[in-house]
Write a protein that binds this ligand. Sequence first.
Ligand SMILES: C[S@@+](CC[C@H](N)C(=O)[O-])C[C@H]1O[C@@H](n2cnc3c(N)ncnc32)[C@H](O)[C@@H]1O
Length: 311
Amino acid sequence: MIETLSRKLTDQEIVFWKSHLDRNFIANTLFPAIGDHFRSSNNEVRLLDIGVQSYNRADKDLLNNNEIKFYGLDRSKHCDIPDDWVDMIYTDLSKPHCRGHKKFRQYFDAIIDYGVLGWPDVNQTLCNLDFTNYINNILHMLKDGGLYFFKNDLMGNHEKVRSFVCRHFKIKPFYDIANVTVGKYETFVFQKKLRSFELDGRERLKDSERATRIASLKVIDGDPRFFYDKFKIFASPFFGTPPAKEGLRIDFPIRPTARLPEGDGALFLFKVHGMVLESDFHEWCSSGNWTYWVHPTLGSVLDHFSVDIYV
Ligand SMILES: C[S@@+](CC[C@H](N)C(=O)[O-])C[C@H]1O[C@@H](n2cnc3c(N)ncnc32)[C@H](O)[C@@H]1O
């Protein structure tokens, strides 16, 4: 590792790599495994490294695979990028505009996100909309079935970050490092879930013609009712007791005999006056035959509340 790093990094940067457990994992295990994984590929492989500091200048070399087309991304310019990288993308992933880069739609075979979304200094500054933008940008740039290498620092609101990211990816068997804890860090090899829908930064459904609406619910005289349930999935929905008593909890029991549509779950769009207030992906298997949604304050606007469910 030292030999590889020393071709591009200063002595001080090498000391940094040697003195952190996660760096040791990146340099000696993760990057060589990624390089090896793509060695047998017949097609051109493009890899995106998110978060580029001066000490990342040797990242491509750690792959030990010169065939891989290596790209970097950061919101700010910290350092000179090595000549053997194809390109450097300067954009803020927490903003919606990144998806304006049409060229990069479904462009990368793999994205490495170590020390950015999973780093408390970054994730503690992000609101829910920023999170949605960030992950949508990743999903936009990553090919269907592409790999997302993610490190989550086990501090701060790491559980929230973990559950948010897990909604969009499934863990992919990858050597023996699909999901390992290294010191104070949890690392994942994720694969992009194949979904027929994508949300924009404001929780609206993009390319709605690609998604299939399977059910719609409205509230009539205070009672939630399905007006459309293509697969006859649900038994009668009802308002459960919300945790703080004054909010809203809506329960969607799933009929035990229901034939579930293909895919691992459905996207629920919760609306008030026809505008999407929140979207939530519910996996069919995660809560048995039941799924529900809670909102802290919505109790008073029930008549204007509706839900659309898509796969
Ligand atoms: C801890 S550093 C370096 C991460 C690096 N990938 C590594 O090896 O750990 C985090 C980097 O993420 C960048 N960054 C933070 N928030 C970002 C965002 N929303 N979009 C793009 N880059 C961001 C910062 O500019 C910084 O260079």
